[in-house]
Design a binder for this molecule. Structure first.
Ligand SMILES: *Cc1c(COP(=O)(O)O)cnc(C)c1O
Length: 480
């Protein structure tokens, strides 16, 4: 065994071989910092040492650089890829929190590239040549789109809720219905955010029903605000009651209290015509009397990660002056993407065509069926004999805690691996193995298993990605 160890190539030999390789495969290593490749070579040699110890090699000829080289190259190529990468989302969940939520409109992508590569008037007033405010670039647009008097933007909606409560309610009570003490994925819980802000939660009502008089009885000299939280990711049905915002406002106004609304996803337009009723818009919240409203930039809005705060000028000005605002502020790339996205909303039809989240949410079933048929035909043509390919009806989701009950009808491309041998393999196991193998493809493809088949939903795949889907499947099946 010691003899075998001695035959392992040296790190430098491996590095030189990789550097000298002019082949197509080594292109992936070009521009990768040499220390990173050196780490990968060391890791590869460690792996081979393990294998020697496990008795995997009998002969020193198997340990020459030439013999190990193809594996070394594959190992280095895999390891040299950035950790944070593009994936193909075939899940049909449009606003997928684990896969980057919203994709930006082309106009927003261009604006980000411009802001990233060049100096800008981020905080520079070109009219006076003096210091300006970064919020000025989007405030007028947000006011126009929501009907609010003033606006500002922070890092995300969790930050928005935090700074609103910190500014208006620190050390005092905020009245919230028990039916609205929600938890969002990733450990955002209203009671906990409230505690962090220093505001004191005053729960009222029962889980399923809260009445106006519950709020009224809770108001005291300690009350700072009444808050309404959108129950984003669940619905209560049956014997339930919530107090409409308008009535809360009427009550609050008699006591001179502000009404705060956390809209969650929020939206700048209605989707009733597309069969998606229910999600409140920011302008409705403002029109119904909310004094300050917050919502996410990257959920249904389809922009960059951001927490948008709109409302009465006097309140927004106080929030802008809160020292927390500096800690929660957005960067120039977010600002660029947000302005470009909001401009599209000035023409709702334009927004539906250009903002990917909106386009995917509202994609008609006929078009999804056509996409599914195209993808299925492509896969059948190239992977016949490896996969059984069919198209079946299915359901996609909006995601991001918006429209939680809405079933978006779609057409799924269902894949079942064709087993080569009758070696007693469980077919459901192999579907799962395929799903797993696709996560290691380049780019990785994420899909769901449903009724014994791996299902690809064309709703969240661009038609230009079909070739990549084929390629990922080839890699997963060991053909490419
Ligand atoms: C999603 C959500 C949040 C958090 O928003 P982020 O932009 O993810 O920080 C807060 N409140 C509600 C009701 C939500 O749905």
């Amino acid at each position: 065994m010691t003899r075998l160890f001695r035959h392992l190539p040296a790190v430098d030999q491996c590095l030189n071989a990789l550097a000298a390789d002019q082949g197509r495969q080594t292109k992936a290593l070009q521009g990768v910092p040499r220390p990173l490749i050196k780490d990968l070579v060391n890791a590869f040699l460690d792996l081979v040492r393990e294998e020697i110890r496990a008795g995997a090699f009998a002969d020193e000829a198997q340990l020459t650089l030439a013999a190990l080289y193809p594996r070394l190259l594959a190992f280095a190529r895999r390891g040299a890829k950035p950790r944070f990468r593009r994936v193909l989302n075939a899940t049909g969940v449009v606003v997928h929190t684990n896969m980057g939520r919203s994709l930006l409109a082309p106009e927003a992508v261009a604006a980000v590239a411009e802001a990233a590569a060049h100096y800008s008037n981020l905080e520079f007033d070109l009219a006076t040549g003096e210091r300006g405010s970064r919020y000025s670039h989007v405030e007028a647009l947000l006011c126009r789109l929501t009907g609010a008097e003033a606006a500002l933007v922070v890092n995300n909606n969790a930050a928005a809720v935090l700074i609103v409560l910190d500014t208006l309610c620190k050390g005092r009570e905020v009245i919230v219905s028990r039916g609205q003490l929600v938890e969002i994925g990733g450990s955002f819980r209203i009671p906990e955010v409230m505690a962090k802000s220093g505001a004191i939660l005053r729960e009222v009502g029962a889980t399923n029903r809260t009445h106006l008089r519950d709020y009224e009885l809770a108001i005291s000299s300690d009350t700072a605000a009444i808050m309404k939280v959108h129950t984003s990711n669940f619905r209560q049905v049956g014997f339930v009651k919530e107090v409409p915002l308008f009535d809360l406002k009427t009550l609050a106004a008699t006591f001179g209290l502000p009404v705060i609304e956390d809209l969650g996803s929020g939206s700048l337009m209605r989707f009733d015509a597309e069969g998606l009723p229910g999600e409140p818009t920011a302008s409705e919240a403002i029109a119904d009397g909310a004094d300050v409203v917050s919502f996410s930039g990257d959920k249904v809005l389809g922009g960059p990660q951001a927490g948008i705060i709109v409302g009465r000028r006097e309140i927004i000005e106080r929030i802008k002056k809160n020292p927390l605002n500096r800690a929660l502020r957005i960067d120039k790339m977010t600002l660029a993407a947000l302005e470009a996205t909001l401009r599209l909303y000035l023409d709702p039809d334009l927004a539906k065509g250009r903002v990917p989240t909106l386009a995917m949410m509202t994609r008609p079933l006929v078009s999804l069926r056509a996409q599914a048929a195209r993808l299925a035909a492509l896969l059948k043509k190239h992977l016949a004999g490896r996969l059984e390919v069919s198209v079946r009806p299915g359901v996609s989701r909006v995601g991001g805690g918006a429209f939680p009950e809405a079933d978006l009808l779609t057409a799924l491309v269902a894949l079942a691996p064709l087993l080569k041998t009758g070696a007693g393999l469980d077919p459901s196991l192999s579907v799962d193995a395929l799903r797993q193998a696709l996560l290691a493809s380049d780019p990785p493809l994420v899909a769901r298993v449903e009724n014994g088949a791996l299902c690809l939903d064309p709703r969240t795949l661009d038609s230009s990605e079909h070739a990549l889907v084929l390629d990922a499947l080839r890699q997963a099946l060991g053909d490419g």
